[in-house]
Ligand binder design. Structure first.
Ligand code: NAD
Length: 335
């Protein structure tokens, strides 16, 4: 049985990915520190669902603890390491930048050290669409210059791409970095718009609509994203680019891949989808743009399609939002 080490397994994406890998017959070692950035109880509930499988081994620990990742990789010798643990959130990185240095920079370095000592066949690491920063040329391609991050969160993520590149080069570690585009779906994050809007709309409270609603996001439904991630575990970077769209490093087995839907959605359509799914009207509190945020994101998914040999499934926003609202109502407002 193949073994995957998933960091951030009690997180939103880590939970879904671990569930998918267990379904696919993997043994999964899931590490998470259950940080209190948002409700740790939601993280415990996600982990408890995974622990229903005998093939899941939960580990409560911190990626940034010196030597911990090396010990875990020595003990389990994972075939794939999928590093999703991070301090996420653009807004919070203004208030608590040290959390981002510790979890994202120190933590990712510990993962790299573990992988250097006990190399997996493939190391996969989450970056973010925020790495594109101030870039206005759309859609975003992996080969574009990305040197103007707008938030400290994005800067730490961009830095992890460089840290991982150096290890891929020095130690021949096949490494794929993913730039995820606004992931949403059931078991989603309480700090993200869909969760906050749904809660407020159901409570009859106003929602904060930034940049006066003049925002577009390439929303990616979590099951679509996880299908792509799981498939790409078997596609480590080799010696040659797969196509003209490839971002493969010229000197290292290191590649950056967008995982997005490839179709930006206006904020108004997103809110209308929540109104339809909750059957309640939203009260809009129009606000200025948040510091560190960007008005639009849009993924070019050519490389992803080239690597997978077919386009990723694309759940439309109305279907995905309805699945989230159904989950939210079951979880938080049972009738
Ligand atoms: N959700 C999105 O839209 C999105 C978009 C772009 C990138 N990402 C990236 O994807 C990854 C997963 O994001 P998510 O949405 O599931 O976030 P999440 O916050 O739900 O999951 C991250 C998990 O990592 C854990 N964690 C944090 N610091 C840790 C540490 N030091 N040691 C061990 N565990 C730690 C947290 O407890 C949490 O359970 C992150 O790297 C994030 O930056 C997410």
């Amino acid at each position: 049985m193949k073994c995957a080490l998933v960091t951030g397994s009690a997180g939103f994406i880590g939970y879904h990915l671990s569930a998918r890998l267990l379904e696919d017959g993997w043994r999964v070692v899931g590490l998470d520190n259950l940080s209190d950035y948002y409700d740790p109880d939601l993280k415990r509930r996600r982990h408890a669902r995974l622990a229903a499988s005998d093939a899941f081994t939960p580990v409560i620990g911190d990626v940034s603890t010196p030597g911990h990742m090396t010990e875990l990789m020595a003990a389990h010798r994972p075939d794939a390491v999928i590093h999703l643990a991070a301090q996420a959130g653009v807004r919070h990185s203004i208030d608590a930048p040290r959390d981002y240095v510790r979890a994202n920079l120190v933590g990712t370095h510990e993962v790299l050290e573990g992988a250097r000592a006990h190399p997996p066949a493939h190391l996969l690491i989450a970056s973010t669409s925020s790495a594109y920063g101030a870039g206005t040329e759309m859609p975003y391609r992996e080969t574009m210059k990305t040197d103007a991050q707008m938030s400290f969160y994005a800067a730490t993520k961009k830095a992890t791409e460089a840290l991982a590149h150096s290890y891929a080069h020095l130690y021949g570690l096949p490494t794929t970095m993913f730039r995820f585009f606004t992931v949403y779906g059931p078991w989603g994050r309480p700090d993200m718009a869909l969760f906050k809007f749904t809660r407020a709309i159901l409570a009859g409270e106003p929602i904060d609509v930034y940049n006066h609603g003049n925002m577009r996001r390439d929303f990616t439904y979590v099951s679509d994203l996880v299908a792509g991630l799981a498939a790409l575990i078997d596609v480590p970077p080799g010696d040659a680019p797969v196509s003209a769209a490839d971002s493969l490093s010229p000197v290292a087995p290191h590649r950056i891949v967008n995982i997005g839907n490839g179709e930006p959605v206006e904020l108004g359509r997103f809110i209308a989808a929540i109104e339809a799914a909750t059957d309640r009207p939203a009260i809009r509190n129009l606000m200025e743009m948040q510091p560190g945020d960007v008005p639009a994101t849009w993924a070019d998914t050519t490389l992803l399609t080239d690597l997978l040999g077919a386009p990723l499934p694309r759940t439309d926003i109305e279907t995905g939002v309805r699945a989230f609202v159904d989950w939210y109502q079951d979880e938080y407002a049972p009738s």
